[in-house]
Design a protein around this ligand. Structure first.
Ligand SMILES: *Cc1c(COP(=O)(O)O)cnc(C)c1O
Length: 371
């Protein structure tokens, strides 16, 4: 059997470096509760992301759930979002007792179709939660305009966009808040982890209470909160991985360029261009769109037969998840359905060898020709 290639491979620091870095924890026995390393990582990330506030969380999902909760929306309010995302985005809205209102996406970059947002706004709408899918930055200017006009909050699901900027502005600065995931499968990981960035310090303070039971002192509980703080082992993993981030993104870019070179002339395929001059990409994913679902499925299977595990990411749409029993089937989501049924995310990670990329592309080409 040929070498197994998964869609991603977790970035880890050198073993010795990590072990050396965690040694002080045995001395201090302070392994969580906003310790030294939690604070150090917050400071480093604030600088790296050029944001005024960052709150480190136990994972990206809780970052999103608590960012929404911190806005204190009335129950059953409506939130405009997209279904072409990881299920976390939709679940975070529903778990906050809010109603997701699904907006279609654009097939050029899979982000929310900003021109369709206004027709979905009602008197119950309180927020927009767009997703920078695959690290493609949403039309933040237009979304801001709409939000301002209708007095809505904007929370970006920026789980895919860590390390990026748009027109020289860090991705963490847009909207009322942005959330990031530092899960093992993401561009930058803290094993499990996540963060909320926001320019408003009051929001940061609210998030602090929400992530640590509202505890502000030994005898001081100022609010009802959850437990979602990042622990010290994770923070140290983050500090180590941050050192490697630049090199990792460069390596991802090399793999991406190679994919583009190998696949550019395939007619049945639309490949991502990464050519928006305003965006500095992190090259997190390489999603290809096929003309037909049947071809996508065939390529997926053929790759699998060769021990190459691409992902139908995102399929199904979150609005079509079994748990919703067809509740959201009346939304007009033509492009989102098209993308979900024809997309395939190819393996991409810093250490992916160019020979393997070649093998992946050859398999795709053969499979498409036989379709
Ligand atoms: C990964 C991801 C999340 C959730 O992050 P976790 O760290 O896994 O909890 C949310 N939204 C999107 C788009 C993601 O890809």
């Amino acid at each position: 059997m040929e070498k197994k290639i998964l869609v991603t491979k977790t970035s880890l620091p050198d073993y010795e470096i990590f072990i050396e870095k965690i040694k002080p924890l045995w001395e201090s026995r302070w392994i969580t509760n906003m310790g030294t390393y939690h604070q150090e990582l917050e400071k480093k990330l604030m600088k790296f992301m050029d944001v005024s506030n960052i709150s480190l969380m136990v994972n990206g999902h809780m970052a999103l759930e608590l960012a929404i909760q911190a806005m204190n929306f009335p129950d059953n309010s409506e939130v405009i979002t997209t279904p072409f995302t990881f299920i976390s985005t939709t679940h975070a809205i529903i778990r906050n007792h809010l109603k997701p209102v699904f907006c279609d996406i654009k097939l050029e970059d899979y982000t929310i179709d900003e021109e369709k947002i206004e027709s979905l706004i009602t008197e119950k709408t309180v927020a927009i939660i767009p997703v920078h899918v695959y690290g493609n930055i949403c039309n933040i200017e237009r979304i801001q305009q709409i939000a301002k006009k209708h007095n809505l909050k904007v929370i970006y699901d920026a789980a895919h966009a860590f390390g990026e900027s748009y027109k020289g502005i860090s991705v963490g600065k847009f909207g009322n808040a942005s959330i990031f995931s530092f899960h093992a499968t993401k561009v930058f990981n803290t094993i499990e982890g996540g963060a909320v960035t926001c320019e408003n310090v009051e929001l940061y303070e609210k998030l602090y209470n929400l992530k640590n039971f509202g505890i502000r002192g030994e005898e001081q509980i100022v609010g009802v909160g959850s437990n979602a703080k990042m622990n010290e082992f994770s923070a140290i993993m983050g500090l180590c991985n941050l050192e490697q981030l630049k090199g990792n993104i460069e390596a991802r870019k090399r793999v991406t360029e190679y994919y583009k070179k190998e696949l550019y002339d395939m007619k049945e395929l639309i490949i991502p261009q990464f050519d928006d001059k305003n965006t500095s990409y992190n090259y997190a994913y390489f999603p290809v769109l096929f003309e037909r679902e049947q071809v996508r499925n065939q390529v997926y299977k053929k790759l699998k037969d060769k021990n190459i595990f691409a992902r139908k990411y995102f399929y199904p749409l979150t609005s079509d998840a079994d748990c919703f029993n067809g509740k959201y089937k009346d939304f007009n989501l033509k492009n989102a359905h098209k993308a979900a049924s024809t997309i395939l995310v190819l393996p991409l990670y810093p250490e992916l060898e160019l020979d393997d990329v070649k093998r992946i592309c050859k398999t795709i080409r053969e499979s498409v020709q036989n379709s």
